[in-house]
Design a protein. Structure first.
Length: 94
């Protein structure tokens, strides 16, 4: 009976040693994966834009559109007029 208990104890000690080693390896791998995930998360997950940044971007867009409208209102090169040619309704640029 003592031999059986000694053998079982030795076997359990070996399993504990193996499982402890496996656990350490897995903990190391998990730490590496978590570190990599933190780096990727910083690069890939969109961060909300601040109100000031959105307002500045919209103001710049509105200013650009106002400038474009002014140019189009003052531009006369693209004004079209009807021409009575062979086909009757063709548009020509002045």
């Amino acid at each position: 009976d003592v031999k059986y208990k000694t053998a079982e104890s030795t076997s359990l000690d070996k399993k504990v040693t193996e499982l402890s080693s496996d656990r350490e390896t897995m903990s190391t791998e998990l730490a590496a994966v978590n570190e990599y995930y933190a780096k990727i998360k910083d690069r890939c997950i969109a961060k909300p834009e601040t109100y000031e940044a959105r307002k500045a971007r919209r103001d710049a867009e509105i200013q650009g559109l106002k400038e474009a409208l002014t140019v189009l209102e003052q531009e006369t090169a693209f004004v079209q007029r009807k021409s009575r040619g062979l086909r009757g309704g063709a548009l020509q640029a002045r």
